[in-house]
Write a protein that binds this ligand. Structure first.
Ligand code: GAL
Length: 676
């Protein structure tokens, strides 16, 4: 179990702190501002390698001792990062072979960050050395809350060290070159390997890459980075430090890690979460990031970074208003975070992230954004009893599971698929968003995970599957579960090889269908279905082989053909959706299925008024979180006390506001406040 060991009795509050960028007078001001805001945790050392080890093998940690002493005197605990995401310039010069090569063979030099080849022995050795140094010096420090290994693993190297390690990984996986040739289908385009030395990471090449090679390389990179992470943990543990260990994942765009395996290897799971939309979809995205991370963790987790003041949308940073910053922060907590931590404490005076948001902006403490941080600190104290999780760690009860797997993402990134506008993360997120808009709590589930606790399992666009995953879904349905599988799932096996005889070969039996043709739609094209739903992007010619059509296509070459099908299996059922439904249609279908199964929103009617309602389970009570994203006041009535304001049983919640109610009863009504 890798859920957060933090922090019975209070939430972690603070952020990344880079004192090495500032003169010592500023440190003193920082400490005062931290105290005023009730900050209790900072992350230090993330990119401090050059300060810590100015020359190879020579350490200088005096400055770190000093800042740790100041923080500790002020009662501020710290996560100590190993600085290995950013090797110093001396590393490039001393170990030119240990720089990452891009797919086109270009070396990536220092001058930014993340300039290391993960498989290079010189890098691995240097990373072990600095981790050991930090472990020995600070591993037993009373202010140390935990180890933050590296930062956002995900730098990909295509060079000779990667090639060597990739071959070793492949030889372990396939045993013989013959098996590899078979799995990679190298009879195509004369790719057959005659000697292991010929096998390379996917390099710059003339035309399309081999899909099986691409996905194996993703798997290898995830495993290789996990091994590097494990070595640092080993060094730290060898010093006797018992503090919990994590590394920060990155959402929403990072797809380099197989997060389920990585989560198992951490003492607690932490994530950096950056919104990519400013509107209501951003609010849904807070829920998405939180639900995903809580599911990886199997319980409480740590939000390691968010932006305090900005939302990066395309090429500009939109202001995250103070109320929204607070509402989003409480939103993460509602869904299991044990923290509200930010990147970063103080906005940089210069450097390439100087315009990134911070808890203390360039103008300093006399600012509405810092004042909002102070308000958040006070609020976190008022709701601190929520931080004590229930004994089983299940902070949120969901009856819906969405299957998530990094391999699904990787396989949909292979070249030349029938419609390359189909994006795995978009599909999963759209599915989650529909449930969010219905006010229904969801978890994400790993293939092979504990599905039986869910009434409904949704499998969005899981193009590649292995036979274990298929058997797992079949068992779930046989035991009375209900599954919805979307188009282009189960089409290929884990070697990206199509299962012949009709799509989706892996799932035909379960779904009771045979897809004869995949028919992508052109941009902007829509297909109406007989029940009023509308499809886009994708369609398929489906034949029934045991399933019934619940609706059909109404026009064109598919007129009259099944669009959505259902096959009953005893008390269970398997639904197949052969087109990508528009957002409104997806909302309608998923809400209908959930309602047929008797699944009810956390608070009926709340979302229509702009209020997101989430029930977080605690050790002594359940807590109803209300996040008001809408524009008009609402009347809240039920049984319990709002820990934020002290209001009991009935109160008005203003737009932008939040309530965290210790529940005496689980029945609540939320209505428009007009006329009350
Ligand atoms: C994170 C990263 C931080 C900082 C931040 C900016 O992903 O960990 O170091 O770069 O992004 O948003």
């Amino acid at each position: 179990m890798s859920h957060s060991p933090f922090a019975p009795g209070r939430f972690l509050f603070g952020g990344d702190y880079n004192p090495e960028q500032w003169p010592r007078e500023v440190w003193l001001e920082d400490i005062e501002l931290m105290k005023r805001a009730k900050v209790n945790t900072v992350t230090i050392g993330v990119f401090s390698w050059a300060m810590l080890e100015p020359r190879e093998g020579e350490f200088d940690a005096g400055w770190l001792d000093d800042i740790i002493a100041l923080l500790t005197d002020a009662g501020v605990g710290f996560f100590l990062a190993t600085p290995t995401a950013s090797p110093p310039p001396w590393f490039t010069i001393a170990h030119p072979d240990a720089l990452p090569l891009r797919a086109d063979g270009t070396p990536v030099l220092h001058g930014s960050r993340d300039t290391y080849a993960i498989s290079a022995p010189a890098y691995r050795g240097a990373a072990r050395r600095v981790a050991r140094f930090l472990g020995e010096r600070y591993g037993a420090h009373p202010g140390l809350r935990g180890w933050h290994i590296h930062n956002e693993y995900g730098t990909i190297d295509h060079g000779p060290h990667a090639a060597r390690a990739f071959r070793a990984w492949l030889s372990e996986k396939y045993g013989t070159l013959e098996n590899l040739n078979d799995a990679w289908y190298t009879a195509f385009w004369s790719q057959r390997y005659d000697n292991w030395e010929e096998v390379l990471p996917p390099q710059q090449t003339q035309y399309l890459h081999n899909p099986a090679q691409v996905v194996d390389f993703k798997r290898f990179c995830s495993d290789e980075m996990l091994a590097a992470y494990g070595e640092q943990v080993e060094e730290i543990r060898a010093t006797g430090s018992a503090a919990p260990v994590t590394t920060n994942f990155m959402l929403p765009t990072w797809n380099h890690l197989e997060q389920w395996a990585w989560s198992d290897a951490q003492d607690f799971v932490s994530v950096d979460h950056y919104l990519d939309t400013a509107g209501p979809d951003g609010e849904a995205h807070v829920a998405y990031g939180s639900d995903l991370t809580r599911s990886w963790a199997g319980g409480p987790w740590v939000l390691m970074e968010q932006n305090a003041t900005g939302i990066r949308v395309g090429d500009r940073t939109i202001v995250k208003e103070p109320d929204r910053m607070i509402r989003n922060s409480v939103g993460y907590i509602a869904r299991g975070s044990q923290s509200s931590l930010f990147f970063q404490w103080r906005a940089g005076a210069a450097g390439s992230e100087m315009w990134h948001g911070a808890m203390v902006p360039h103008v300093g403490g006399d600012s509405r954004s810092y004042e909002a941080i102070v308000r958040l600190g006070e609020m976190l104290e008022r709701i601190e009893e929520v931080a004590e999780p229930p004994a089983d760690g299940r902070v949120l009860e969901a009856e819906i599971g969405i299957v998530w797997h990094a391999e699904g993402w990787w396989s949909l990134e292979t070249p030349h698929l029938p419609n390359e506008a189909l994006d795995y993360a978009d599909e999963v997120r759209a599915t989650h968003r529909s449930f969010w808009r219905a006010g229904l709590p969801v978890d994400f589930v790993r293939p092979g995970g504990d599905a039986q606790r869910y009434r409904l399992l949704v499998v969005p666009a899981l193009y590649a599957m292995n036979s274990d995953t298929v058997a797992w879904i079949e068992e779930y349905v046989a035991a009375g579960g209900h599954v919805i599988v979307s188009f282009f799932s189960g089409v290929v096996d884990s070697s990206q090889r199509v299962v012949p005889g009709g799509y989706p070969g892996m799932l035909r039996e379960l779904l009771g269908i045979r897809v004869e043709e995949i028919r992508p739609l052109v941009e902007g094209e829509r297909l109406a279905l007989a029940d009023g739903l509308v499809g886009e992007l994708w369609s398929e010619r489906v034949h029934l082989e045991g399933a019934e059509a619940t609706t059909t296509y109404t026009s064109g070459s598919l007129a009259g053909a099944p669009a959505i099908t259902r096959r009953a299996h005893g008390a269970g059922s398997a639904v197949y959706v052969s087109t990508r439904l528009t957002p409104e249609s997806r909302d309608a279908l998923l809400a209908d299925v959930a309602s047929d199964l008797g699944l009810r929103p956390t608070v009926e009617g709340a979302i229509a008024l702009g209020v997101e309602a989430i029930r977080r389970r605690g050790a002594a009570s359940d807590y109803l979180f209300l996040l008001h994203h809408g524009s008009a006041p609402v009347r809240v009535e039920g049984g319990g006390v709002d820990l934020v304001t002290g209001a009991e049983d009935a109160f008005t919640l203003e737009p932008g506001g939040v309530a965290v109610i210790r529940e005496a009863a689980a029945a609540w009504s939320i209505t428009a406040a007009t006329g009350v």
